[in-house]
Design a protein. Structure first.
Ligand code: ZN
Length: 283
């Protein structure tokens, strides 16, 4: 299934139409898009998708798509998790994942503006696969990890490199969780749609130019390892997110560096999921 936050309402996208979950269930299910991450609800969503005639529902207008998980209880990102990105950063491969927080405030929709704060000139893009938890998860083994997930989506881990690396106090989490620094979408795609969820082509484009291109099979710590490692200490619940890291080609690694400017458009595409298109503004 392709699950979406359509104009603020939980929806299932079938053949380019948005089936409204609350209306199709005659009020049995809530309109809150947060229910889309709950694996217990997925069988009901599946029967709705099968029973409804998609073309009786509104044709999808991309601009009305919001973040498929608009209020994640928790979010984490992983630094340096593609072999190629670690190489371009001149760092040796990590032996444990380097994690940081991405808070609810940073989440925005797949076509929403990324806001660069006035006076910050080193704000960078990072195309990433984002995984969405679908049930309570504590002390999971890598072998069971995928069974805890509601699905996957595209994400950006927008980062203020000055704040992250160069100011007197290096604020890793703060640099990556400014308002609008975590666009996700356009859909929450359930795993049954993806024959190989651990090997997806991923591409990041900046104002039409391909800057990042890789495959999630290049992850140093794959999704199973991240879930196992984090759930040793942290109980996950439906709607929690992990931004799994970014491939090489970030703005800071360009010569000269290429950071986000007002008027840019950041595009993020992952095979089998879709494309986000976020315009950049400065204010
Ligand atoms: Zn990242």
């Amino acid at each position: 299934m392709r699950l979406a936050n359509y104009a603020g309402r939980a929806s299932i996208v079938v053949d380019g139409h948005a089936i409204d979950v609350e209306r199709a269930s005659n009020g049995a299910l809530s309109s809150d898009p947060m229910l889309l991450s709950d694996l217990d609800v997925h069988p009901t969503l599946k029967s709705i998708a099968e029973a409804e005639q998609a073309d009786q529902w509104p044709a999808l207008e991309l601009a009305r798509l919001g973040a498929p998980v608009p209020r994640p209880p928790k979010g984490f990102g992983v630094a340096l998790n593609y072999r190629q990105h670690a190489t371009e950063s001149g760092l040796t491969l990590p032996t444990e994942p380097h994690l940081f927080g991405k808070m609810e405030n940073c989440v925005c929709g797949p076509f929403d503006e990324i806001v660069v704060p006035a006076g910050r000139h080193e704000v960078d893009y990072e195309a990433e696969l984002v995984v969405v938890f679908g049930r309570t998860c504590r002390a999971a083994s890598a072998g069971d990890a995928w069974s805890y997930l509601a699905g996957v989506t595209c994400g950006q881990d927008i980062s203020d490199r000055g704040e992250q690396f160069r100011l007197p106090v290096k604020q890793f989490t703060i640099a990556k969780t400014y308002d609008t620094f975590g666009p996700i979408g356009p859909y929450l795609v359930t795993l049954d749609e993806l024959p190989q969820p651990d090997a997806l082509e991923i591409e990041g484009r900046l104002s039409g130019q391909v800057m990042q291109h890789s495959n999630t099979s290049d992850l140093i710590f794959g999704v199973p390892q991240l879930v196992e490692w984090l759930s040793r200490f942290i109980t996950f619940q439906p709607g929690d997110l992990i931004w799994t890291g970014t491939p090489g080609g970030v703005g800071e690694a360009q010569k000269p560096p290429r950071f986000l400017r007002a008027g840019d458009v950041v595009e993020t595409e992952i095979e089998g999921i879709g494309t986000m298109r976020n315009p950049v503004v400065e204010r």
